[in-house]
Design a protein around this ligand. Structure first.
Ligand code: ADP
Ligand code: MG
Length: 693
């Protein structure tokens, strides 16, 4: 292929100086095209300070300093002088660094690190070596003064490609390929936001003149990433709300009838949430809202208010929960509140018999059911509603992305309410749920005790059991939580099953101990949960199935073993199962972690009950992809932007994106062409958002 036709999507091997072999090696790093190469940014920069090029070493210097990337390392336990050695490459040549009695360096010096090393130079068997050099790992870009032009970009290296080789490839290619980068934003728009031009930014990411230039470049590219993401969300939102929906307004009569169903007055927070939801539902456009609130904040009641509003208008409601056990619990609650009313409620789950299911499907389709509660069985192809008015999804992030919005597709667009008890850090709320508006319940219903949380080592289990026995004897109930159902030989987890046996045989032998875990058949789980709710079981040993939604007010003690193996947000949710009654509750986190970070992390839970603070901590520790425990939430991969740091940038991009889409919904204006192309490239197929053509 002649070089004149080089494009962003041209295979990287056609870049000058690359070729097929290097092209293959680059492909292993995910660099397939010219554009991939452009966007393969250094992880950090190091200063080549005072170091001399390795190819200028003679082999007899009494002291020399070199700097480069560690390629291979090995420890040779040879008697009587074991040694550790590694090869160091700075792009000019390779030198061996050797430390006698250097066993302690294993794990400290690894391939891929960038080191500066100083020491005497010798030639041994025709190899130039630095003997017992002093060394330091070079700092990352944030700690380095980038005012020198001796900047050494450090690229993520591959098995066959060192950072230096990649740096050379990119340095040589940049003049040829930077002109291929197009600007996506107008000059005026950029100036107003102090954003540097995109081609300049990409070049400066690889070869900044100083630290400030690098920071400006990073800011521009991070903005581009979050702008595209927010454009995709804005389009998705526009689509969702531009379909017609049944307007379902509340009037005083409806309001009175619904409130009469609840055995308590609603809190101010619940009233405010209901006002927002009611205003949405009164419109002929579908509501698209997330209701978030800590466990026990009273979301179910708010959702039920919305559901009964829909029913009052003779439309149907689908309430979807991520697990059968939660669906059943919702069903029972709804049923309880509606005792003696004419509202017809049914269940639809995967474990029902085909006959039961068929009957429910028939009744749904013929408008003989008002409220259906179920699992993702509700998303089945055969599920037809006569007149669907509202969809309520509990803990939506537990469903896959593909499933998201599945029910919406049918007939008139229903109003859509997502509930979540996982406090979502604000950046994630604007990304994963960025197409939804948010309502937050920030007040707990009155008359609740406080939950005290304590962290102990497993050597304290005797004391913990002592405490639990005293409480059980007073008529309280307790949860014991374990991360896995069966201990595998490889781990030291005490599984729920084993723990239950042990408690029955010994620790809690005078009490009624129950067991519940994920592998149990639904009916059996149900039986156990009911027995616990009825007080027949005093101590319930559980795997994480009790995580969300289970509600037994008399259970106010929770012991979580191996607490260090859970995420903070998950622990917070688990803990939310207690403290639902009037008495104070106690949560005991048991962990034997020798990792001080893990202990510090758990300390956050002992200090605060604020779900949002905990969520932000969790996000910082685990990163956005892991936050929900799975990666499949439609979160695009961000190369440059950092959702834990770039909140202000994200907010700006969000405002811009929503304004752009309001003004030009399909981005068809001539000056939006390259933005549109970039958006199609990044998001088409992924979220199926933007029509081509
Ligand atoms: P969430 O779904 O947010 O975890 P729920 O809606 O299940 O919370 O409510 C938790 C508990 O508080 C339930 O037992 C419910 O009956 C009770 N509750 C909800 N709202 C109120 C209120 N306004 N006053 C008193 N109790 C309430
Ligand atoms: Mg709930």
């Amino acid at each position: 292929m002649p070089t004149t036709t080089l494009q962003l999507d041209t295979p990287v091997q056609y870049v000058k100086g690359v070729g097929p072999r290097r092209g293959e090696q680059l492909a292993e790093l995910g660099i397939a095209t010219v554009e991939d190469l452009l966007l393969y940014f250094p992880r950090r920069f190091d200063l080549r300070h005072q170091a001399q090029p390795i190819n200028t070493l003679r082999g007899d210097e009494s002291a020399a300093t070199v700097a480069g990337e560690v390629l291979e390392c090995r420890f040779v336990p040879r008697y009587p002088r074991p040694f550790f050695e590694c090869s160091l490459d700075d792009g000019t040549a390779t030198v061996v660094l050797k430390w006698f009695h250097g066993g302690y360096l294993q794990g400290q010096i690894r391939p891929g690190l960038t080191l500066a090393a100083s020491g005497p130079v010798k030639v041994f068997r025709e190899t130039i070596q630095l003997i017992n050099p002093r060394f330091h790992v070079l700092a990352d870009v944030s700690g380095v003064d980038l005012s020198s032009d001796e900047l050494l970009p450090v690229y993520p290296a591959g098995a066959k490609l060192s950072s230096n080789v990649i740096a050379n490839v990119i340095r040589k290619a940049l003049p040829q390929i930077i002109p291929l980068v197009s600007e996506t934003l107008g000059a005026e728009f950029r100036d107003a936001r102090a954003l540097v031009p995109r081609p300049e930014a990409i070049a400066a990411m690889h070869k900044p003149e100083d630290r400030d230039q690098w920071a400006q470049a990073r800011r521009r590219l991070a903005y581009d990433e979050v702008l595209l993401m927010q454009l995709a969300l804005a389009i998705q939102r526009l689509r969702a709300v531009s379909r017609p929906a049944h307007p379902l307004a509340v009037n005083p009569e409806i309001d009175r009838r619904i409130r009469a169903r609840f055995p308590f007055a609603l809190t101010a927070a619940q009233d405010a949430a209901i006002a927002e939801i009611a205003a949405d539902m009164a419109r002929a456009r579908p509501m698209n809202r997330m209701l978030q609130g800590d466990v026990g904040s009273g979301k179910t009641v708010v959702a039920l208010y919305a559901a009964l509003t829909a029913v009052a208008h003779k439309t149907q409601v689908a309430i979807m929960a991520p697990t059968e056990i939660l669906a059943e619990q919702h069903f029972r609650k709804v049923h309880g509140y509606l005792e003696g009313s004419r509202v017809r409620v049914a269940m639809l789950t995967g474990s029902q018999t085909p006959l039961q299911r068929q009957r429910t499907l028939y009744r749904l389709e013929h408008g003989e059911i008002d409220v259906v509660v179920g699992t993702h069985a509700l998303l089945g192809e055969k599920v037809q509603f006569a007149r669907l008015g509202l969809v309520v999804v509990d803990e939506q992030h537990k469903f896959g992305v593909e499933q998201r919005g599945g029910i919406r597709g049918k007939g008139h667009a229903p109003h859509y309410l997502v509930m979540t008890a996982t406090p979502i850090p604000r950046t994630l709320a604007l990304t994963v749920f960025g197409d939804l508006e948010t309502t937050t319940l920030d007040e707990r219903p009155p008359g609740r005790g406080t939950t005290h949380t304590q962290l102990v080592g497993s050597d304290q289990m005797d004391k913990v059991l002592d405490f639990v026995r005293r409480r059980l004897a007073r008529g309280q109930q307790a949860y014991f939580v374990y991360p896995a159902v069966n201990a595998s030989a490889a781990t030291d987890l005490r599984a729920a099953t084993e723990a239950a046996q042990q408690f029955r045989a010994d620790g809690l032998k005078d009490f009624r101990v129950g067991l519940i875990h994920g592998q149990m058949p639904g009916a059996e789980k149900d039986r156990v949960m009911q027995a616990f709710a009825a007080g027949e079981i005093q101590a319930l040993v559980a795997s994480v199935v009790i995580e969300v939604g289970i509600d037994v007010a008399n259970a106010n003690i929770m012991v979580i073993e191996h607490a260090d193996r859970y995420g903070l947000a998950q622990l917070h949710q688990l803990r939310g199962r207690i403290g639902r009654g009037q008495e104070d509750a106690h949560c005991v986190l048991v962990a034997d972690s020798t990792n001080p970070q893990a202990v510090q992390r758990l300390g956050v839970l002992c200090q605060t009950d604020d779900g949002f603070r905990i969520a932000e901590e969790d996000l910082k520790i685990r990163g956005p992809g892991e936050f929900f425990g799975t990666r499949q939430h439609g979160l695009p991969e961000l190369r440059v932007a950092d959702l834990t740091e770039d909140f202000e940038l994200l907010r700006m991009a969000r405002r811009d994106a929503f304004a752009l889409i309001r003004e030009d919904p399909s981005l068809t204006a001539p000056h939006h062409q390259s933005l549109r192309a970039a958006l199609l490239k990044a998001y088409q197929g992924r979220m199926g958002l933007i029509a081509t053509g």
